[in-house]
Design a protein around this ligand. Structure first.
Ligand SMILES: Nc1ncnc2c1ncn2[C@@H]1O[C@H](COP(=O)(O)OP(=O)(O)OP(=O)(O)O)[C@@H](O)[C@H]1O
Ligand SMILES: [Mg+2]
Length: 317
């Protein structure tokens, strides 16, 4: 069995709208997600998260690049892909005039479950997402946050291997969010691969095994959340990737007197004494027009995120 659930290579998406300049929403992003992981796609508004999700779920064609889900090509084998995935989009889709329970039932039956299985699964997700007290209420009478919780709960009616959640917890209060996050975690333990997008870093830190930060259609950083948990450790490890190495950049980085520094073909690895040096180092690296991206262990995700998004992008191509 292929250990990689999702394989994205060099995905580009340009939106063309009549009378408007084209929008390059994705500018060549690549990442791979191992099976059974919760993977986070992070980034500010307009970064390209939903666009990525729509391409991976066969709802939108890419301009170039490739994406495979469980080995199936999203463009050439969309039906195989759809058989194995389910998705919660950013906009809610549910029947407002049906009860919560009937919404779950409809979803189950639509996906081919028989009546008995539908009841069993509906009971399971109702309990898992703590929706019991609302089961007979029509959706139109529920709060926005609860509607959203149902929306997320619904996709767990059926056993799909890969689940995509676009801004799953939007509009939820802290308690609602907690319930939903716990339920998602439990479902992931069954071996499902879950991809979620968010701009809430704390959520990503809590849920994700690994993540990428997308900024203006490019991957600005990637790594495991274990790295992030190293906060408080004295030393911070930074790996920077370049299209090719420039001796001037290497010299500039040495100025930060790292604990260690190693250069490979197209990457530089540094261990820094202070967390506060990370952003300075990254700024210096970003001045190099061949800078591609970096991974960091030990700094807070929030710092890196804010700084990345604030940094003007060097036009490197
Ligand atoms: N159908 C479309 N036509 C033209 N431009 C679009 C279209 N959909 C998205 N875009 C543009 O593509 C870029 C990426 O949008 P996308 O919705 O993927 O971002 P996002 O990361 O999901 O943002 P958010 O956090 O606000 O949901 C934005 O500049 C957006 O305006
Ligand atoms: Mg979005």
């Amino acid at each position: 069995m292929n250990p990689i659930a999702i394989d994205v290579k060099n995905l580009v998406k340009v939106y063309h709208k009549r009378g408007q300049p084209p929008v390059r929403a994705l500018d060549g992003i690549s990442f791979a997600v191992p099976r059974g992981q919760i993977f986070g796609l992070l980034g500010p508004n307009g970064a390209g998260k939903t666009t990525t999700l729509k391409i991976l779920t066969t709802l939108l064609p890419a301009t170039s690049g490739s994406a495979h889900i469980l080995g199936f090509d999203v463009e050439r084998q969309p039906f195989e892909v759809r058989k194995n995935i389910c998705v919660v989009l950013q906009e809610n889709a549910a029947d407002l005039y049906l009860s919560l329970r009937d919404n779950l039932r409809t979803y189950g039956r639509f996906h081919g479950l028989d009546a008995r299985e539908t009841e069993t699964r509906a009971n399971h997700v109702t309990e898992l997402f703590d929706l019991g007290e609302y089961r007979n209420q029509r959706l139109i009478d529920l709060s926005g946050g609860l509607k959203r919780r149902l929306q997320v709960a619904k996709v767990f009616m059926v056993d799909k291997q890969v689940v995509f959640l676009d801004e799953a917890t939007t509009g939820m209060d802290a308690i609602n969010k907690r319930t939903t996050i716990q339920a998602i975690k439990q479902e992931a333990r069954k071996g499902r691969t879950i991809v979620l997008t968010t701009h809430i870093l704390a959520e990503a830190e809590e849920l994700c095994d690994s993540l990428v930060i997308v900024d203006r259609g490019r991957i600005a950083a990637s790594g495991s959340v274990e790295d992030v948990k190293l906060i408080g450790f004295k030393f911070v490890h930074v790996t920077m990737m370049f299209r090719r190495l420039n001796p001037r950049t290497i010299a500039a980085l040495r100025q930060f007197t790292p604990v260690s520094m190693e250069t490979r073909n197209t990457s530089i690895e540094m261990t820094l004494k202070k967390e506060s040096d990370v952003l300075k180092v990254l700024r210096a690296a970003k001045r190099d027009k061949n800078f591609v991206n970096f991974e960091v262990g030990g700094a807070t995700l929030e710092d890196v995120f804010v700084e990345l998004v604030r940094m003007p992008r060097e036009e490197s191509r």
